[in-house]
Design a protein around this ligand. Structure first.
Ligand SMILES: Cc1cc2nc3c(=O)[nH]c(=O)nc-3n(C[C@H](O)[C@H](O)[C@H](O)COP(=O)(O)OP(=O)(O)OC[C@H]3O[C@@H](n4cnc5c(N)ncnc54)[C@H](O)[C@@H]3O)c2cc1C
Length: 235
């Protein structure tokens, strides 16, 4: 049994300072206003125009650039991601992946929930020790039963019924910028699930650094330091 931290990887190449991405939107949007003559090669006109589009709510223009992100997360978070109907997905399949095979090290991989403390972050009190061991025990049983069912002739798509929501999955989400804005607005506020926030908040902040203007108006609070984050999320 392996337990790993969630993570994301931006699969789409983003140009230096994100200018090419903005220029793509600018090229398209200027058709509406017939203002192609205002395009400047340094990208300043693109920044200005995209800022204007966002402010005006003319977000349809943002549909002309897209981004793919690979998330390594648990099945619970993945279930929430696939609710975003405008996005496209590719997800690791529990029907076709046989985790008892050597390819997977013959073991299951789970995601460590951000709200369960590990002693690598701090000393645990009694109830935290109990929570942690309950979690580990449940994962141990899930793995044992899954492998036992496979060993007794079940296919992965059948044995998966004993797998828990914190099973690690990989899922690629491809969406245009308009849809990513919608995703960030829904998935970064404190009302969103903590494990969703722990992926979406850093992703949003990284994109705000890499692509100017497009996501700047979406505010998120997220402490940069990982240890602070882990500690602060536990009640
Ligand atoms: C905090 C939180 C709690 C949640 N709790 C639950 C829950 O308890 N149960 C539950 O079932 N879901 C829950 N959800 C999921 C939620 O109901 C949505 O399915 C999910 O957030 C996707 O939102 P969306 O429809 O805006 O996104 P998308 O499906 O990506 O759609 C993007 C946008 O396109 C437009 N759009 C898409 N489809 C249509 C359509 N058919 N008609 C009109 N406009 C459309 C809308 O403007 C929409 O905002 C929760 C979500 C959040 C953020």
């Amino acid at each position: 049994m392996k337990i790993v931290e969630p993570k994301y990887e931006i699969l789409t190449d983003i140009s230096q300072d994100g200018i090419k991405e903005l220029q793509q939107i600018e090229r398209v949007a200027r058709v509406c206003y017939k203002s192609e003559d205002k395009i400047t090669p340094d990208g300043e006109s693109a920044k200005k125009l995209v800022g204007f589009l966002v402010k005006q709510g003319h977000e349809a223009m943002l549909e002309h650039s897209q981004l793919s992100v690979l998330f390594t997360c648990d099945r619970g978070v993945a279930n929430e991601l696939v609710r975003h109907r405008i996005a496209s997905f590719a997800q690791e399949s529990t029907r076709y992946c046989n985790y008892s095979k050597e390819k997977f090290g013959g073991e299951l991989t789970f995601i460590w929930p951000s709200y369960i403390r590990g002693e690598q972050y701090c000393e645990l009190n009694d109830s935290e020790v109990t929570i942690k061991s309950s979690f580990l025990e449940a994962m141990t049983y899930a793995e044992k039963d899954y492998k036992l069912m496979i060993a007794n002739g079940m296919r992965p798509e059948q044995a998966r019924c004993v797998l828990p929501l914190c099973l690690k999955t990989e899922i690629v989400v491809t969406a245009n910028y308009r849809e990513w804005r919608n995703i960030f607005k829904l998935r970064t506020p404190v009302a969103a699930h903590p494990q969703m926030r722990e992926l979406m908040c850093p992703l949003l902040m990284e994109l705000q650094k890499k692509i100017p203007v497009v996501f700047d108006d979406i505010y998120t609070y997220w402490p940069a330091d990982d240890q602070t984050r882990k500690g602060s999320m536990v009640k």
